[in-house]
Ligand binder design. Structure first.
Ligand code: DGL
Length: 268
């Protein structure tokens, strides 16, 4: 086993790109003493239309990279990679705490008054057996309307959060959910929280938008606590890698995380 399970080791986080930063900001707030290693696989984004086998193999490469850099736990900050690869990664590293993401169907079912919930996620997540199982467990008695948010991941990766084109694209995904009667919309992809203002505007004030970043950060803290791996007495920091080509590599990530983020190239 290549990883060291010590409380002083960092937490490894990965996503197909910048979306996982929406989860990292919650994890950063919940766990101020932890160091985080973040891999943005932007050079290969989006994952949403790729095969399960491809995502599984790529997730193993990124997991291995993070473990080689000393990670004591993995946070898969990507719904699509969780659906495709979480089980395989857990089988590969059984002693390692591995936290994944899934669309917040359960809280949405608890919150809906109309009995209709909308889920925006990638094609890969919506087509996965994990998502089918989630609907089977929590979505039986309500109407769940799903919609692949085609083009939204690319808009976030481009740093296009507010152009007329992005507004129109967001509206084209949100309006059909509202037309079906949804009063809750689940953001089932970690890129979408960066478009939340546009999603809320398109949905209107009567619709609640749910994102899982906060809940996952708490789950990560609990998992580390259970494993005796919580760090304390330290001011945590972050280290970033990206597979994006040099012109976008730093700019895109810094726009979302802050100008002082240093982004190292991820090769391979
Ligand atoms: N951020 C991702 C997710 O949560 C993946 C998006 C993609 O690359 O298609 O599903």
């Amino acid at each position: 086993m290549t990883h060291s399970l010590s409380p002083d080791a960092p937490i490894g986080v990965f996503d197909s790109g910048l979306g996982g930063l929406s989860v990292l900001r919650h994890a950063r707030a919940a766990l101020p003493a932890e160091d985080f290693l973040y891999v943005a696989d932007s050079g290969f984004a989006p994952y949403g239309e790729r095969s399960t086998d491809w995502i599984r193999a790529r997730s193993a490469v990124l997991g291995e990279f993070l473990l080689d850099h000393g990670a004591k736990a993995l946070l898969i900050a990507c719904n699509t990679a969780t659906a495709a690869a979480a089980q395989a990664l857990r089988e590969r590293w059984p002693a390692l705490p591995i936290i994944g993401m899934e669309p917040a169907v359960k809280p949405a079912v608890a919150a809906t008054k109309t009995g209709t919930v909308g889920v925006l996620a990638t094609t890969g997540t919506l087509a996965s057996s994990r998502f089918a199982a989630l609907l089977d467990t929590f979505g039986r008695d309500i109407h769940v309307v799903t919609r692949p948010g085609s083009g939204l991941v690319e808009a976030v990766e481009r740093g296009d959060f507010d152009s007329p084109d992005t507004r129109a694209l967001v509206a084209s995904h949100v309006e059909p959910l509202i037309a079906e009667g949804a009063d809750v919309i689940v953001l089932g992809c970690t890129h979408y929280p960066f478009l939340r203002p546009l999603i809320e505007q398109a949905a209107g004030p009567a619709v609640r938008v749910i994102d899982t970043g906060d809940a996952v950060a708490r789950q990560l803290a609990r998992a580390l606590g259970r494993a005796g791996l919580l760090r304390s007495g330290h001011h945590g920091g972050e280290r970033f890698w990206s597979s994006a080509p040099p012109p976008q590599r730093s700019a895109a990530l810094q726009r979302l995380w802050g100008q002082d983020a240093t982004v190292e190239p991820l090769t391979g």
